[in-house]
Design a protein around this ligand. Structure first.
Ligand code: UT7
Length: 322
């Protein structure tokens, strides 16, 4: 039986970190470091320079993941990029990344649009391709330039997000690997987090900025992150006590703490990067994973529970033996 294992991780953050104080001063926001830290846990974020696109961030993260996996671009036969801030309407950011990486062997390449759940969705999709036997080695990337879709006059959203990318190489293996995954959506909640605009006839129709009902999103996130964690743990026949690291989507430290508490997982076992990165949407889970791998917290053989929740609404989880 074919299984899927993570053979390498990588990540990339653009430029120097921007502190809450510098962001507030630079954008003349009616906010404070105290409010942002107390309500969200965010202390800084990285913002891509003008002209730097999601595929550029994805490229750096992917090169690092490929190096960690000990393989080259042409060893890949599948490239999936999770993003809500693609370079273009089309072609996909995944095909642009494929070209920048120098993959010339005709690997399949496509984007996944599931907002902050995108990376977990993409992992789940790649796992199914690999376990089916159709593909052997996949690059799965979460990459975002959310700074491009923020309304910098809306203090309720613009302080929350950052730019970045994270990547993993997944490959066929004889031992598991990815133990269980689940992904879900409920489109009836589309209105609580969206960018409700479209390009039409050479202009933007509607609103091109991110809009969010923060409290509704908060409640929804805590509920489904706990539910889907139980779903994958049950599917793998594992108790939460066997999870070495909980690596959830990084939106708000209070959501992470509440989720860990609901799962009876000590918060010390939760990888928390939201303070340094802000909310990087589809990039947040692979960024957190790579950081914990590179600083030595995550090691081979450990059980990791990755989780995402975001606009749509979408949510999902992947339980894996690293
Ligand atoms: O990645 C997708 C998932 N996204 C999330 O998970 C985000 C989930 N939601 C949240 O993280 C929180 O709801 C927020 C951080 C967005 C907001 O925190 P909150 O504790 O729910 O605050 P609130 O929206 O109830 O606002 C409280 C007050 C309001 O003032 P009044 O009406 O009480 O006078 C806001 O106007 O805080 C005010 N406020 C701010 N004050 C200073 C909102 N944003 C700011 C700000 N600085 N940046």
């Amino acid at each position: 039986m074919t299984h899927t294992r993570v053979s390498g991780t990588g990540s990339y953050l653009p430029g120097e970190p921007i502190s809450n104080a510098d962001l507030i001063a630079g954008r003349a926001l009616d906010s404070s470091d105290e409010w942002i830290v107390e309500r969200t846990g965010i202390r800084q974020r990285h913002l891509a320079a003008p002209g730097v696109a999601s595929s550029d961030l994805a490229l750096e993260a992917s090169r690092r993941a490929l190096q960690a996996a000990g393989c080259e671009a042409n060893d890949l036969d599948l490239i999936i990029v999770a993003t809500s801030t693609p370079d273009f309407v089309f072609p996909s950011t995944a095909t642009l990344l494929q070209h920048k990486l120098g993959n010339t062997n005709g690997a399949a390449a496509f984007d996944v649009q599931a907002v902050c759940s995108g990376f977990v969705y993409a992992m789940t999709i790649a796992d199914k391709f690999i376990r089916s036997g159709s593909h052997k080695r996949a690059l799965v990337v979460g990459a975002e330039v959310f700074s491009r879709i923020l309304d910098w006059t809306d203090r309720g959203t613009c302080v929350l997000f950052g730019d970045g990318a994270g990547a993993v190489v997944l490959e066929a293996a004889s031992e598991p690997g990815l133990l269980a995954s689940a992904f879900h959506a409920d489109g009836s909640h589309h209105g609580i987090l969206s960018v409700p605009g479209q390009v039409c006839g050479g202009t933007v129709i509607g609103d091109p900025f991110l809009r969010m009902d923060g409290q509704a999103v908060f409640k929804f996130a805590v509920r489904v992150l706990a539910e889907v964690a139980h779903e994958v743990l049950d599917a793998a026949g594992m108790g939460a006590d066997r999870v070495d690291w909980l690596i959830p989507h990084q939106a708000n430290v209070r959501i992470l703490q509440a989720t860990a508490k609901k799962l009876h997982i000590p918060v010390e076992k939760c990888v928390i990067t939201v303070a340094q990165h802000g909310n990087t949407s589809a990039a947040s889970v692979p960024l957190a994973l790579d950081e914990a791998v590179r600083d030595g917290r995550v090691s081979r053989g450990q059980h990791l529970l990755l989780e995402g929740v975001g606009g749509g609404f979408t949510w999902g989880a992947t339980l894996l033996k690293f």
